[in-house]
Write a protein that binds this ligand. Structure first.
Ligand code: GDP
Length: 434
């Protein structure tokens, strides 16, 4: 799921951080809203009425080089770029200031929805002062008290009304057996592997919508757990012998990968790794599925072949070295039982969720030890990041400028070192403010 992002903007001392605390319903956010307290990365995971979103608290983003109004406008601009909606906080007890006006000008230019919070409405008396905020021309001001919590429920309802919905991940059966596809080029031993896995156990035949008498998927028990093997009809039937089978086989492969959560790519260890093998591995990665590599026909390999294979893997499979692999023989059954753990590990990696807090403290450490090189006199900075989605883990980095592709790859490598992500593609997207 992609979480929508809410930016909280406003000049210092209006109570942004305290309001963020209210929204989060906890004490985690830093409460001081002091100018000069630099908090570069300030995004938090929030939930309201069962909906998840990310809150970006913009206090202290910009150094003190320029005048206050310009600084705050710039800060607001950054936040607005990175967000889906903006919560603009003003101080009802102070009234409209020049700095507030500067933010409004930026807000007007953007197309982002804005919710106006008039903070410090601690009692009835200040309510009238909140009404004066209509003069900002941003619509209804929501009178709130971040201190006491007053009005924050209504405010959050209004925020959620303008935040876009997180698109639901299309899932065939939530909570059902995990979906596995066995894929690979012809004759590597896919059918043999499926036969070995189902073994003597009665495989549960599962007709999809009764449209076919062939089992399309099979439910197979591995180590006491049920798994759904996707589109096994193509493996069971000798479709290979039909004319044009390669074309249909590749269509089926694509379809099976799309429906699966995890793919077991079967390679023939006794033969040189081919372009077709690599293409199938890439298909799995591009589809964003968890990946396990099975080197089959191990019984046919001698020491010399294994030496060559090691070299081929180093050369060609480097890009997939995050995938767990098992050396198996579908014929003898050697190591076939080890596939279950590899599959479970890959699924766990695929589903990994890193909290926004963890992620940003990691990004802070990366930036401190390996800052982005200066480009044309400027140094792009990662302002904050969020795992917008898992399955596979997908990170969005909001930056002050375009990152070198090498730097993005470096961050991806460091993410893997830090958090593992065994068996899963990892995506890093950069949203740069030009
Ligand atoms: P598929 O096209 O990928 O489904 O491959 P098959 O399962 O039909 O296997 C192709 C050929 O390889 C068959 O003759 C199998 O008996 C043989 N085969 C499959 N796995 C192994 C294995 O682990 N060792 C050996 N020696 N032969 C195997």
């Amino acid at each position: 799921m992609t979480k929508p992002v809410l930016a909280v903007v406003g000049r210092p001392n209006v109570g942004k951080s305290m309001l963020v605390n209210r929204i989060l319903g906890r004490r985690e956010a830093v409460v001081q809203d002091l100018p000069g307290v630099t908090r570069d990365r300030v995004s938090y995971d929030a939930t309201w009425n069962g909906r998840e979103f990310v809150v970006v608290d913009t206090g202290g983003w910009i150094s003190d080089a320029k005048g206050m109004a310009a600084r705050i406008a710039e800060q607001a601009e950054l936040a607005i770029d990175a967000s889906d909606a903006v919560l603009f906080v003003v101080d009802a007890t102070v009234g409209i200031t020049d700095e507030d006006e500067a933010v409004v000008r930026v807000l007007r230019q953007s197309k982002k929805p804005v919710i106006l919070a008039a903070n410090k409405v601690d009692d009835q008396r200040t309510e009238a002062e909140a009404s004066s905020m209509w003069n900002l021309g941003l619509g209804e001001p929501f009178g709130v008290s971040a201190l006491h919590g007053r009005g924050s429920g209504d405010l959050l309802d209004a925020v959620l009304a303008v935040l876009p919905d997180a698109p639901e991940r299309a899932e065939e059966e939530v909570g059902g057996p995990r979906r596995i596809a066995i894929v690979g080029k012809p004759n590597v031993g896919k059918s043999s592997l499926l036969n070995k896995l189902t073994g003597q156990q009665r495989s549960v035949v599962d007709n999809v919508a009764g449209t076919t008498v062939d089992p399309v998927d099979e439910l197979v028990e591995l180590g006491g757990e049920l798994y759904r093997f996707i589109d096994t009809a193509g493996l069971r039937k000798r479709v290979k012998e039909a004319s044009g089978h390669e074309y249909y086989a590749s269509l089926r492969t694509q379809g099976a990968i799309e429906r699966a959560e995890v793919c077991v790519v079967v390679l023939d260890a006794s033969e040189t790794i081919s372009d077709q093998d690599l293409k199938i591995l890439s298909m799995v990665e591009e589809a964003g599925k968890a990946l396990v590599i099975a080197y089959n026909k191990w019984d046919l390999t001698d020491e010399e072949r294994r030496r060559y294979l090691t070299r081929e893997i180093e050369q060609d499979i480097q890009a997939f070295k995050w995938a767990p692999s098992v050396n198996i023989s579908a014929l003898s059954g050697r190591n076939v039982d080890k596939l279950k753990k590899a599959i479970d590990d890959a699924l766990a990696g695929w589903e990994t969720r890193i909290t926004t807090g963890q992620l940003n403290s990691f990004l802070g450490r990366v930036a401190a030890s390996h800052p982005h090189p200066v480009r044309g006199g400027k140094q792009p900075r990662i302002l904050f990041g969020t795992e917008a989605q898992n399955c596979p883990p997908t990170f969005v980095l909001f930056t002050s400028g375009l990152l070198d592709p090498q730097y993005t790859r470096f961050v991806e490598r460091r993410l893997r070192e830090e958090f593992g992500f065994v068996g899963t593609p990892v995506r890093v997207e950069v949203k740069a403010r030009e």
